[in-house]
Design a protein around this ligand. Sequence first.
Ligand SMILES: C[S@@+](CC[C@H](N)C(=O)[O-])C[C@H]1O[C@@H](n2cnc3c(N)ncnc32)[C@H](O)[C@@H]1O
Length: 288
Amino acid sequence: MPPEATSLRLTLAGALARATHRLAEAGLATPRRDAIRILADLLDLAPASIVIDGDRVVEPERRRWLDRAIERRAAGEPLAYVTGLAGFRRLVLRVDRRALIPRPETEGLVDRILARCPNGSVADVGTGTGCIALALRDEGGYRQVTGVDRSPEALALAAQNGRRTGLPVRWVRGDLTTGFGDAVFDAVVANPPYVSSQEYLALDPSVRDYEPRQALESGPAGLDASARLAVDAWRAVRPGGLLALEIAEQRPRETAELVARAGWSEVVIEEDLFGRPRYLLATKRNDK
Ligand SMILES: C[S@@+](CC[C@H](N)C(=O)[O-])C[C@H]1O[C@@H](n2cnc3c(N)ncnc32)[C@H](O)[C@@H]1O
């Protein structure tokens, strides 16, 4: 930001113009849209009000804060980390670098779970921000929802989102299902890490340089976590219960095969809104 600009009275219209200019200069694809979102979230205003209430004065103590946020975005940091907020289904969650930013396709996984297992007990393995567990608690009729993560930092963020939304979820730290003890659920669901080591290196820097590696990468073929979970979840699901996974669109067949090998029946792959194979659903039918 030009130094002289900080000494002038700044209106919302002026702040929007400066921020849009800076983000365009940095080469971002949607500078005005990003600027509106940053101003709205940081000033706790509706996005429309950023445009409509252009004469409103931005408090001087907020300006440095806004400038820092715009500079972070200009440097390539994901918008959700800059604003600290992400929408997921009906919820607005806190997000930061402790956990993966919830993705729109994961909302589709929640649809599948709600359709096949709308009540009872469910465990979300690799909960990150807690988005799946919280959305299920919000929209389903579950008796109990459990969110698990190996990362204490991610789990702390999930618990923060639990308090923020007022939705009761039990947060457990553990390696996949190891924290469950003898508990048995109606469904075990997960958006596990599923990027191969080679794919990880080729990820867009806006993802690779900011989001946690342990939330993305899962061994040379990207299948380590899914393979282990397919085996471990067997003991944690009741007979007739559900396993629901988000999967890599590059590997639907391989993922389905390893799930079937672990004993699961009726293994189906479903597509997201863009026609990409993204969801794996399986039932625990027979005893192995
Ligand atoms: C792809 S992120 C998904 C986060 C969130 N569920 C979502 O959909 O946005 C995977 C999560 O799994 C966690 N994770 C990775 N390996 C794990 C393991 N062995 N046991 C438990 N959690 C694990 C990571 O810390 C990360 O939070």
